[in-house]
Structures are given as C-alpha cells and as structure tokens.
Design a protein around this ligand. Structure first.
Ligand SMILES: [Zn+2]
Ligand SMILES: [Zn+2]
Length: 258
C-alpha cells in the first residue's frame, strides 16, 4: 500500500493511493491539470488512475473530478446525496463512470473499501477505510467536525491514518473570521481542532500504527508548526511514539509504503 497526499487544505484536497497495484485518488479538489502535474512529481501517470473516491461535495474535494473522469475515463465513487448537489459542478459523467456509494465496495477484487459517515456541513460526508489483500489498512477523514464512536471504530486498527487537524482554538477565536464562521468551524458539523485530533490519535494508537498525517490545516486559524507541535506534545504526554507528518496545501508528501 502506497500513499502520497498531493495537497490538503481549503484550497484543494487529493490523496494518491496504490493498493494491491490499483492506483486511485481520494478526492480530486485541484484542477485536472494540477492533479496531472502533482502526480508527475511523484512519478505517477494520470492515465493509470482507476478510480476517484469522493468524500463530499465541497469544491476543495471535487474541483477536478468531472474533468478527469471525462478525459481519462475514470469512475467516480460518490454518495447519491453528494452527487445530487454537485452534479452541475461535476458536469456530465458517463453512466458507466458514476458509482453511487452506499456501503462497502471493492476496487478490483482485492481492495476493500469501507465508507463511514462523518459529521461535517455538507449534504453528506464520508471517510474511507481501505484494506489491501495482506490486511494492511488505512483510514482517511479530512473534513470532520466531531469524532463519534463510528469514526473511532473505523480508525482503531489501521496502519496509516489521515486525519484533519484544522484549527488552533485560540488562533481561531482571535482570527479575522466573522463570528458565525468561527462558530461553524468549531461546531460539530465543522472542522477538527488540533487538540481534538491529538486526543483522537492518542486514543486510537496501537502497535501497528505506522504513520499519521495531519490534514486540512487552516491557513487563517492554524499553522503547520502549531498543528504538529500540539499533536506531538499530547502524544509525548501519553508516551506514544508514532511518525507524524503534515499534509501541506502547496506540496505533496513523499510516497510512504506499508
Ligand atoms: Zn475541505
Ligand atoms: Zn468540506
């Protein structure tokens, strides 16, 4: 299983995965051209992508999805609820390439995908748990307002975690956002704070956890340094040693394999 986060944040999200040789993206929130370039930077060819898995309909997750599906004949996996509200933005998707998600599915025979619902202010938002034929697992959720037991259950035994680490509470409260936006961000249907992400990582840590990516870090109410330091401090307090890496908005992470 290979992963490279091509970029993450409110200006675009896309994660490249190769599982049992099958290459696909989770979210396609940059332009098609940019995604092609980003893939080239990690030595990957866009024509080899076999699927686009979409978490929700916000533009920073779907921007290039329609174009890529049409141009390279790639199936889009999306919930019916999300599709309904972003069909126009996606543009025409051939019937064959529209795969409405409701429950577990497989990519090829061997790659098991388990979508799970998360709280966020979209029509419907899901995260994905992905498992290869050797039992290696990854869970990803980049826009999540609140960690409930369903989410916890899907993250508890994975080898790679991609979790939102959106804002620092003090920085959010003192940033220039209007009050209602601040309330939205910190609400249960908004985004996840550094401290909540840190506690969550502590809760789900187990000996098989090899890598944690902190994603969707806000430019306005957080900094990469604050995010990673908050998480590192909390894990240190709990005597947990696990590799933590930031998913940047502007650049991809190096390929990591389990
Ligand atoms: Zn987002
Ligand atoms: Zn969102």
């Amino acid at each position: 299983m290979k992963i490279s986060i091509l970029g993450s944040g409110s200006s675009g999200n896309a994660t490249f995965l190769e599982v049992d040789g099958f290459k696909f993206l989770v979210d396609a929130g940059f332009s098609g051209k940019k995604i092609k370039e980003k893939l080239e930077l990690i030595g990957e060819n866009i024509e080899e992508l076999g699927a686009l898995l979409i978490t929700h309909e916000h533009l920073d997750h779907i921007l290039g999805a329609g174009v890529l599906s049409r141009k390279y004949n790639i199936p889009i996996y999306i919930t019916g609820e999300s599709y309904k509200v972003c069909a126009e933005k996606l543009g025409k998707i051939s019937e064959n390439n529209l795969r409405l998600v409701d429950g577990d599915f497989r990519l090829m025979e061997s790659v098991k995908v388990t979508p799970f619902d998360v709280m966020h202010d979209a029509e419907r938002t899901i995260g994905f748990k992905i498992e290869n034929s050797r039992g290696k697992k990854l869970a990803i959720s980049t826009d999540i307002g609140y960690i409930n037991n369903i989410v916890r259950e899907h993250f508890k035994d994975v080898n790679i975690v991609v979790i939102e680490c959106n804002y620092d509470y003090q920085m959010l409260m003192s940033c220039s956002y209007p009050w209602d936006l601040k309330a939205r961000v910190k609400g249960r249907n908004g985004h996840l704070s550094n401290t909540d992400a840190a506690k969550f990582i502590g809760d789900i840590n187990h000996p098989g956890l090899e890598k944690v990516y902190l994603a969707h870090v806000s430019r306005d109410s957080n900094s990469y340094e604050t995010a990673i330091n908050t998480v590192r401090d909390e894990l240190k307090r709990q005597c947990i040693e696990v590799e933590i890496e930031i998913a940047y908005q502007e650049k991809n992470t190096n390929i990591f394999k389990v």
